[in-house]
Design a protein around this ligand. Structure first.
Ligand code: SF4
Length: 380
């Protein structure tokens, strides 16, 4: 069969050295001994995956930088061949400071990784401890230097704000320190207290103050202004890109999600959206390996996505982008314009000051960006 469609290819690596106190991702501590078998299982899943071509590749987790360098190189080589990844395509590796050094990153770069996304989170050691992060700020600085030395094209830093008890000044110090490292890209996330996590429980029992939404909004607005002055392009609610020789260094892989275009996920718990269907894989890595070793299937919860839902999700994802949703692009994809499908919702949100709609583009106002979830539900 001829490869027919391009997708963003995601590979999930569900292993971490320990669980951070706020984390609700599908990841496991103490199972690193499974990594070699997991690598084989990933390749087995790739062999039986749909006949598609990949335009980007993203290794997320978990902590993908726990993959030994030789396995990483073999996996990337295999996936590049299997999915026809073009030369120079964006290949991202998520990593935690303290798990990578220059030797590892040289090997990753030689294997084709050109974008490194580092979970740095905070400059303050007490905040890192509160979050249950294993690394220190100086390890984050060392990881950025090593990434530069290894020749990574793009270095992204993830930072978290809105921590219990965090002041605006402390957040400003984190962002200033991160900027001093000259990243190409920044992802800033407000802390969400996920049910059942140790951090949520400490807040629930009154040991820590609950998050202050107004203060978190102030932190976000300060970051928006500050990053604009620092020359960053704010292109998605939580993402900023520095300008490179070919324009803003936006994450090409995530753009596929925000445009609600097809993606294929490999690995335990990974989600896919392709051919009008969405599904996710079995979550636990042991079960994932077991099924693939036995020649079985790992996809679960396969769901047909009706057109109306696809249109709503295209709005929900597209409005995360500051460029908004373009009527002509929407019409080319669905055969109907935004006004015809969502006229009432757009008018209602514009009245509330959450949306700008000029008949050609729908985009969130600054207030809409702060209250995104209130907007998104309107389209589903
Ligand atoms: S490193 Fe990331 S994925 Fe792993 S436990 Fe911490 S937050 Fe979760």
């Amino acid at each position: 069969m001829m490869p027919c469609e391009t997708v963003a290819l995601y590979v999930h690596i569900p292993f971490c050295r320990s669980r951070c106190h706020y984390c609700a991702f599908n990841t496991y501590a103490g199972l690193e001994s499974l990594i070699p078998a997991y690598g084989e299982a990933l390749m087995a899943e790739a062999r039986s995956a749909p006949e598609v071509r990949a335009r980007t590749l993203y290794l997320g987790g978990g902590t993908p930088s726990l993959l030994p360098a030789e396995l990483l190189a073999r996996l990337l080589d295999f996936l590049r061949g299997r999915f026809g990844l073009p030369e120079g395509a964006e290949v991202t590796l998520e990593a935690n400071p303290g798990t990578v050094d220059e030797t590892y990153l040289w090997a990753a770069r030689a294997a084709g990784v050109n974008r490194l996304s580092l979970g740095v989170q905070s400059v303050h050691e007490d905040e890192l401890r509160l979050l249950g992060r294993r690394h220190t700020w100086s390890e984050a600085v060392a990881a950025v230097r090593a990434a530069r030395a290894a020749g990574m094209d793009v270095v992204n830093l993830d930072l978290i704000y809105g921590l219990p008890g965090q002041t605006l000044a402390r957040w400003q110090e984190t962002l200033e320190a991160a900027l001093a490292l000259e990243p190409d890209h920044l992802s800033l996330y407000a802390l969400t207290l996920e049910e059942g996590t140790p951090l949520e429980q400490r807040v629930a029992c009154g040991e820590l103050p609950p998050p202050d939404d107004d203060l978190a909004a102030e932190m976000y607005e300060w970051a928006e202004e500050h990053l604009e002055r620092a020359g960053f392009v704010h292109y998605e609610i939580s993402n900023w890109a520095q300008i490179g020789p070919e324009g803003p260094r936006v994450c090409q892989h995530n753009l596929v999600y925000w445009h609600n275009e097809p993606y294929l996920g490999l690995g335990a718990g990974a989600a896919s959206w392709w051919g009008g269907r969405r599904w996710n894989n079995v979550r636990h890595p042991e079960e994932y390996i077991r099924r693939l070793t036995a020649g079985g299937l790992v996809a679960e919860n396969v769901e047909e996505i009706p057109l109306r839902l696809e249109m709503g999700e295209t709005m929900m994802m597209g409005l995360r982008l500051l460029e908004g949703v373009d009527d002509a692009r929407f019409r080319a994809r669905f055969g109907r314009g935004l006004a015809g499908v969502f006229g009432a919702e757009l008018a209602h949100l514009a009245e509330q000051g959450l949306m700008e709609w000029d008949g050609q583009t729908a985009r969130l106002t600054p207030r809409g960006r702060l209250l995104g979830n209130r907007v998104f539900v309107e389209f589903l």
